[in-house]
Design a protein around this ligand. Sequence first.
Ligand SMILES: [Zn+2]
Length: 331
Amino acid sequence: MLTNSRWKRALAAGLLAAAAAFGPIGSDPASILFRLGPGDAEAAKPLSVITTTQDLASIAADVGGDRVRVESLTKGYQDPHFVDAKPSYLLKLRKADLFVEVGRDLEIGWVPGLLQSAGNPKIQPGGRAFVDASNGVQVLELPTSVSRAEGDVHPLGNPHYWLDPANGLVIAANIRDALMRVAPNEGAYFTQRYTAFESRLRAKLGEWKKEAASIGLAGSQVVTYHRSWPYLAKAFDFQVLNYVEPKPGVPPAPRHIQELTAEMKARKVRLLIVEPYFDPKLPAQVARNAGSTLVILPPSVGADPEATDYFKLFDVQLGLIRSALATGAGS
Ligand SMILES: [Zn+2]
């Protein structure tokens, strides 16, 4: 197999031969190569960006435009806390030009081992092509003391920060900066793409906030299964009263379920939000007994067939909440 530079030399030699045989296309061989731009495979090849989640992939695709080829290791319907790393992930990481993770230990169970085995120094933590997308995010639920008794999933604060659209801008800025480190010549392009993403997201955020108010989500109290939603609650001004899962990663005990049901009845909680990767049987029973409506909400791009990008994720969530609140109101 020819290496890249040998291939280029061979191509140039071939073009020279062609020019000699059929007459000049340009005045010198360099201009021939210039016109046949795609022949310069190095410059035309998009950067390979590997992300842990589809949310990050969607944002990276927006900021990177046609200069990147983005792939997420997981699908949005998978539980990002617990992922079975496949050998194919290693191949992707080995060839990656940029790696983006959610951070805050969300992927602690599966990413560190993968990065160690990938044999790609630039995407190691601290490397110029490694992106912790949580840099600069105002993290919620930072524990004052880390103890196993508090549950062991979120010791660095709540990592579900992509669910506040405002944090989408922080993620996008982190990705922009990393792309500029990896491909400094494309800085103006990435800056312009980021600016377009920012104005589109700010406009949509205004619409979403209005919608959250008009459907009765803003100002309401809800119960959720896992602690995935404090950032969404902050963005759309609702309150998460309690959780089906009492502590992150700890399955609910019968006594907790009884108390939770009583609390939901007393507070007239209308919505019980569940992530799609938990068994809905128990939460459905809780919702029924409490006179509340169960809604299975996609926490990520790809977790619902219609949530195909970061913008549609919030459209789909608000649509599902609107339907659930309308159903509950009539019962
Ligand atoms: Zn979590």
